[in-house]
Write a protein that binds this ligand. Sequence first.
Ligand code: SAM
Ligand code: SF4
Length: 445
Amino acid sequence: MKKFYIETFGCQMNVHDSEKVIGTLLNQGYEQVETPEQAELVLYNTCSIRDKAEQKVFHRLQQFKREHGKGKVFGVLGCVAQQEGDRIFERAPHVSLVCGSASYNKLSDLLVQIENGDRRVTGLSLETDETFDTPMTRRDNPHRAYITIIEGCDKSCAYCVVPMTRGPERSRTSESVLEEARRIADAGYTEIQLLGQNVNSYRDPSDRGWDFARLLRAVAETPGIRRVRFTTSHPRDFVKDIIDAIDENPVLCNHVHLPVQSGSSTVLQRMQRLYTRDQYMRRIEWMKSAKRAIAITTDIIVGFPGETEEDYRETLSLLDEVEYDSLFSFKYSRRPNTPALALDDQIPEEEKSRRLSLLQEHQRAIQMRRNSELLGVTEETMVEGFNRATGQWIGRTSRNQTLNFTHAWHPEPGTGDNLIGRYLPVRVTRAGPNSLAGEALLSAN
Ligand code: SAM
Ligand code: SF4
């Protein structure tokens, strides 16, 4: 049983967890294959943040049920594994392995048990103070590397399964983070993205006792690293020192993702978010008064139980007040074992859909306006690829925006240098609500 296939659902944390799981398996002599048909071991790294994500996983498991008879072994990893536990064996009897992210350190042992013929093995304990550090991580993107700095979550937002699926908060030592950053730079990566459910709750468990801003400054000093990003930040733990660090050091990208969820303090309180609209706005003001123009993005949930039309209007007014550069918006989804299940006044599905599409339309106009302000501006752009259909290079700015561009000397890959992975100055010549287009400046290349 040495060939494996893995499919990943959900957020960047899951994508990076899969990279570490792949590293662990390769280290154990497994070989990764491209399709489940070719594999003997089929793994799904799952997400249960919303109902739809969870349904997708069970749907996928059903699709390959027949294959079990042909000797394939199926494993469910991640949030659905943790949330459903042993019940997965009832719902999908062809599954042999169920392992939550807090038990990935035991994954090698669990696989050995399966190789030895155990039909059902689980790793479901949440009582851990360990993080998942692997000797080998298989990274797919050749230029941007993820580094987890903190796992789990100690908050208890009323709608959210994460504290139950990822366990308590635990930070890695600053030394192990910096060591990984140095290894990544030596391997040729130029961009690092620090990951955690709440990166800014980071607290170095070693004697140094560093906070997040201190860690951020140190990672930015890694020789060879040109960009450092971080996600996600929790407004409650967001201190001004983080903005000061961004102001001081251009290696720290001028982008902050600060999920607000709602513009109504009443809803925020019922969500147990631990801040009011005013407190959130104070953090936005720090960003707006920074020396560098910082792009701000957020997450919004519409239709949380009891959200009145008035509450909803407050969210729209917050969008106008902040003028976000981009946002992720979701309809509230009832999740098992969360405090919000007990709240009265669930909003009907059609009403949630109405609020969501209106909000997205509202934000689209804001983004159109914001992006138009960038016309004529030159942005340093990291070249990520080339789009043959449009004949444009695909770039990403420090503000985390896509900037597609043409290059007079290199109209396409193969004509002279390959631009992918390089950092180029690009002037913005066109702006749409979701992306920018421009031309590479030639003199400075
Ligand atoms: N830790 C981050 C924070 O506190 O903002 C967010 C992590 S969560 C994985 C990503 C986003 O999913 C949240 O910001 C929220 O907008 C959304 N989300 C979480 N639970 C949800 C639910 N039950 N229904 C709808 N959206 C949800
Ligand atoms: Fe979920 Fe809240 Fe923790 Fe974010 S802070 S992961 S939304 S419980």
